[in-house]
Design a protein around this ligand. Structure first.
Ligand SMILES: Nc1ncnc2c1ncn2[C@@H]1O[C@H](COP(=O)(O)OP(=O)(O)OP(=O)(O)O)[C@@H](O)[C@H]1O
Length: 654
């Protein structure tokens, strides 16, 4: 039966594995023999089918490389001239997106799940596409039957086409499910990795101070999800197109090798033109729009965060002008993108319309010369369109490709910045070490980023249980000393050692979101503490009125940053200190917003409840001196450099 089929069709049987005697296509082979007088029946044995298809596959490889690989290489290897921007941690182009994508697939804890879902996606798409190719044969047959007015054969083949169409549905649903699952797994892997790096000790500090990534929140919370979404869509497209290509290229080659060659050249020219002329500008503009959108959003969010001081100083008009300016910059880029997208769209439109005429021009003469049945003409058009579509996926999806590359490079920029911040956090200068003494500072010199020194050769020592008050003019470097003790400074030399655990209380304490219990016990795990201990510590921190106002309910939730006064926030931090009871407490103007009697009451509590604990206080209030055993006094000379004088406090309260 096969030997009587047309050569090309038999070749396709080999490719599609449809060589069974009752297969759809072998059925269809009978029809033309019965109905078409001039259809040549060239006999080719099944064993020669694969070698005969080698030219088609060679052509496919070259065409696929030219249409997909080469343009992608052009974008990936495109480098900007070295500028300040290109020195940034933002990695450019496809290589960044690729690094992120490959980490998701191979380097994450979820790679097994990803692999299973990718295989499921591939198999379901392969089955759906096999059904689609088989359907194209049924279509050819019913069109031929229609042209020859063979009603019975027409309805028979039409029914077969409908069955095949229905068969693709479950495979399509399965592919949809696998793609959805893969998006979730990849977003999870990406978000998890970024969050873990973001919340490593002290990383956010260095990210804020030394990186040029102004919007990590946006990248983690929004763009990671979007990137995973687009990446899965892209992979699905590539799978689908490769499968279509392998199915329909065989069909096309069986009809006319010339058609195959024309299609491959046409696709290669189209894809190269797209990437060469539209690629680089669109990727660059997309990335710039992302950054400007983030800056615009941040300028609005900042005003909400600092609503009270902004309203009090009447800064709305000024901030409005600032935000408007950022928006106008964004708008300029949006116009540029619209221009490039319009040009790309026009090119694509022209490209696809011209593609309709080519198969008609090549295959119609064959039918007119009775070399092929009529159904071959629509089949060739369909195969040409599908194969061309597959080869020009870069052309058709270039908007998504450029957005994917832009977001991939921004995420890679964040990954790089987090890695740099993490290295910085592990290597502060000077690096604080653990000591048995409360604090030991020996020959400490701290410098600013411009290389100038705040002070040099500072030395002092505090034994366990001793305390130190630090005085000095504004800008002398008192807080910088605290930063160095916390490992948050990167300019200096000398030795810096202190006992652990240590608690730092800044002037403006961190207020977490959540319940009053969390605010009073942060960063301790709040549910490991008993209510009565938290309430007692709050009472000792002069927070009785705040607790009473909330009905002594520790579960009450509010925007504590906005609800509590600065003095109340400072008292919350004091409450945490009483619960934590570390070996060393460092208070940087931690009671500056309190009235003097409350401040003194808190220090009294510190001395009585935390006996044996050492503490260092930075303050501008001389009245606090009596609660400390030692004093460090900074003075600044004419050159702007400070020097510190350390002495025992003879006026300390016993
Ligand atoms: N990251 C930084 N980059 C550049 N200069 C900095 C940085 N951090 C601090 N400085 C400068 O270092 C100096 C010391 O700052 P620091 O905050 O230690 O002063 P201070 O003595 O605590 O002042 P105040 O009493 O006003 O709080 C200031 O002139 C400040 O501008």
């Amino acid at each position: 039966m096969l030997s009587s089929c047309p050569t090309g069709l038999r070749r396709l049987h080999g490719v599609m594995g449809l060589t069974g005697s009752r297969s759809i296509s072998s059925e269809s082979c009978k029809t033309p023999q019965r109905t078409l007088r001039h259809w040549p029946a060239r006999a080719v044995s099944p064993t020669t089918q694969l070698p005969a298809l080698l030219p088609a596959w060679g052509l496919l490889a070259v065409a696929a490389f030219m249409a997909m690989g080469l343009p992608v290489l052009v974008v990936a290897t495109k480098r900007r001239t070295p500028t300040m921007a290109s020195k940034s941690s933002e990695r450019e182009g496809l290589s960044s997106a690729w690094r992120i994508a490959s980490r998701l697939t191979f380097g994450s804890a979820r790679s097994r799940r990803s692999f299973i879902l990718i295989v499921l996606l591939f198999i379901s798409l392969a089955l759906a596409n096999t059904a689609a190719v088989a359907q194209s044969f049924a279509q050819r047959d019913y069109m031929t039957a229609l042209s020859q007015k063979q009603a019975a054969l027409f309805f028979n083949k039409l029914g077969l086409a409908m069955v095949l169409l229905a068969a693709t549905m479950p495979f399509r649903s399965l592919a949809e499910f696998a793609a959805g699952g893969l998006t979730i797994v990849w977003r999870d892997a990406l978000t998890d990795g970024l969050l873990r790096d973001y919340f490593r000790p002290k990383v956010v500090y260095w990210l804020r101070h030394e990186s040029n990534v102004p919007d990590p929140d946006m990248r983690i919370a929004v763009e990671a999800g979007h990137f995973a979404d687009m990446l899965v869509l892209m992979i699905r497209d590539v799978f689908e197109n490769v499968l279509k290509l392998s199915g329909f290229l065989g069909v096309m080659y069986s009809i006319s090798p010339l058609l195959c060659l024309v299609m491959a050249s046409y696709a290669a020219v189209g894809a190269l033109a797209t990437v060469k002329f539209f690629g680089a500008p669109l990727v660059r503009i997309d990335r710039s729009i992302k950054s400007q959108e983030a800056a615009f959003r941040k300028s609005i969010a900042r005003c909400l965060d600092r609503a009270e001081p902004l309203c009090l100083c009447g800064g709305e008009p000024s901030e409005s002008a600032e935000s408007r300016g950022r928006y106008l910059k964004l708008q300029q880029q949006q116009w540029a993108r619209t221009f490039w997208r319009t040009s790309l769209g026009t090119f694509r439109e022209f490209f696809s319309w011209a593609a309709y005429l080519l198969p008609v021009a090549i295959v119609s003469p064959l039918w007119l010369q009775d070399k092929v049945p009529f159904g071959t003409v629509p089949q060739a058009i369909m195969a040409f369109q599908v194969s061309l579509g597959a080869l020009t996926v870069v052309v058709r999806k270039f908007r998504s490709v450029s957005a994917l590359i832009a977001e991939g490079s921004r995420l890679e920029g964040l990954v790089q910045a987090l890695a740099a911040a993490s290295r910085r956090a592990q290597n502060p200068l000077p690096a604080p070490e653990i000591s048995k003494a409360a604090v030991e500072v020996d020959g400490l010199s701290l410098s600013l980023p411009d290389g100038s020194f705040l002070y040099r050769q500072l030395s002092f020592q505090l034994k366990p249980g001793e305390s130190l008050v630090v005085f000095g003019p504004s800008g002398a470097g008192k807080t910088t000393l605290i930063r160095a003790l916390a490992g948050l400074w990167a300019g200096g030399s000398g030795s810096l050692r202190h006992t652990r655990p240590v608690a730092f209380l800044p002037q403006d304490p961190y207020m977490p979101e959540g319940s009053l219990r969390r605010v009073l016990s942060f960063p301790l795990a709040e549910h490991t503490l008993r209510d009565e201990d938290i309430l007692a510590a709050a009472q000792c921190s002069c927070l009785g009125d705040v607790i009473a106002r909330h009905g002594e309910d520790l579960e009450v939730v509010a925007d504590w940053e906005a609800v509590l006064s600065r003095g109340e926030r400072q008292r919350c931090a004091f409450c945490r200190l009483l619960l934590l009871r570390p070996n060393l407490a460092i208070l940087d103007e931690a009671t500056s917003a309190l009235d003097e009697p409350t401040e003194e009451a808190l220090y009294q509590q510190l001395l009585s409840l935390c006996a044996g604990m050492s503490f260092v206080s930075i303050t501008h209030r001389p009245a606090l001196q009596r609660f400390h055993t030692h004093v460090l006094r900074f003075e600044v000379d004419e050159s702007g450099e400070a020097s510190g004088k350390f002495e025992v406090n003879t006026a300390a309260t016993p």
